[in-house]
Design a protein around this ligand. Structure first.
Ligand code: PMP
Length: 393
């Protein structure tokens, strides 16, 4: 078995629908195959490469840190300036109340930490989440996931989880004084980009205030500029009790965080009732990559351009086979009749050098979430190829 066959068979075991493209190098918004194939990346590794692949500032920060140290000790034991600086820089992007950062490795781990924190702080056990939510793949994160098909094989999962429909104001009464937390994506990603109203998020905040339940907002896919604000919850005029983030945070390096107020995070300091322990969480190399990523997002004015770039996609992507486009900034879903109509279009676009994808819980819609660095010219070109792929099917 040669390398390529091995690669393909490994991938084929992990998913029914692998894209099966071998990538040798990636730079900016482009990825390159071993035979010089060039692909324009319209999905950013699912909302990870917001500043593009291998941004020079991210690479330089990583190289500089590699000359100092990599892992030293379990997170929080030593004072390491990449971690403390990142905590400070992150809190500067957030409302004052959210001033304590706990760094972890991934989105799922951030969700685990947030759920544990909410249980400890409130002393309550019940957690509410939304139908069709995706919060990660570990047992706790899967338990608050909102798609039964993905959970079935792993029961029993966490007890005390109840689900409400996303964006349904009349179901908020389910949040009661028994509820430790409700966890909600600020924009539902894997459900196919479902957007809640400002009224909904404000009512959520109010109901949590009335009952003492904590509001956990999952910004893992929507955060770090993707929707046209640094944090997607800024669109709704509310402040959550806990924010979870990951993905775009590290500019391509693995890192995540759950962030809360000092008074909430304080409960984790109460030894011997251990809080959350993580060996690699807040890895210094990932921290400096995150610091450089935030710097790029701010200094290259990338977030300000998101809305107009998204509008360009919407302007160009007009075709009778396109049923509609749902988006919050550059988090977009282009809807088709069915997966059977969409899949050959995706395959054709890849053949023509444009990488798109679909969603875990929504197979009739094309995922478009390019690096925020994409130019107007590149958007025009990518949309041209998508339209050609539709025409040729
Ligand atoms: N929450 C959301 C909204 C996500 O999109 C994801 C990843 N797709 C996760 C949580 C889990 O993140 P990770 O894969 O880093 O564990």
């Amino acid at each position: 078995m040669n390398n390529r066959q091995l690669f393909l068979s490994n991938l084929a075991q992990t998913t029914d629908f692998p894209l099966l493209i071998e990538i040798e190098k990636a730079d900016g918004i482009y990825m390159y195959g071993p035979k010089g194939e060039k692909y324009l990346d319209l999905i950013s590794g699912i909302g990870v490469s917001n500043v593009g692949h291998r941004h020079p500032k991210v690479i330089a920060a990583i190289q500089e840190q590699l000359d100092k140290y990599m892992h030293l000790m379990v997170y929080g034991e030593y004072v390491q300036s990449p971690q403390t600086q990142l905590a400070k820089t992150l809190t500067d992007t957030l409302p004052k109340k959210l001033n304590n950062v706990y760094l972890v490795n991934s989105g799922s781990e951030a969700v685990e930490g947030a759920l544990k924190l909410a249980k400890r702080y409130t002393g309550r056990r019940e957690v509410i989440s939304c139908v069709n939510a995706y919060h990660g793949s570990s047992h706790g994160a899967l338990s608050v996931g909102g798609n039964e098909i993905f959970k079935r094989a792993y029961r029993p999962l966490l007890p005390g989880i109840r689900h409400v429909d996303f964006n349904q104001l009349d179901q908020l009464d389910l949040i009661t004084e028994e509820t430790a937390a409700i966890i909600v994506e600020t924009v539902q990603g894997e459900a196919g980009i479902r957007i809640g109203s400002k009224d909904y998020f404000q009512a959520l905040r109010q109901r949590c205030d009335e009952t003492g339940a904590l509001l956990i907002l999952d910004e893992i896919q929507a955060g770090f500029g993707r929707t046209g604000k640094f944090w997607a919850f800024e669109h709704y005029g509310i402040v959550p009790d806990i924010v979870v983030c990951a993905k775009g945070m590290g500019g391509g390096m693995p890192i995540g965080a759950f962030i809360a107020s000092q008074s909430i995070m304080e409960v984790f300091k109460n030894n011997p009732l251990l809080g959350h322990i993580t060996t690699f969480g807040g890895h210094p190399v990932s921290c400096v990559a995150a610091l450089a990523t935030i710097d790029v997002l701010k200094n290259e004015q990338l977030i300000k351009q998101v809305e107009s770039k998204a509008n360009l996609f919407k302007e160009y992507l007009k075709h009778p086979k396109i049923k509609g486009i749902r988006n919050k900034g550059l988090m977009m879903a282009v809807e088709f009749e069915s997966f059977e109509v969409l899949k050959p279009i995706i395959d054709k676009a890849i053949e023509l050098g444009i990488i798109t994808d679909w969603f875990l819980f929504c197979e009739d819609s094309m995922r478009i979430a390019p690096p925020l660095t994409i130019t107007e010219e590149e958007i025009k070109k990518a949309c041209g190829v998508i339209l050609k792929s539709i025409e040729e099917n």
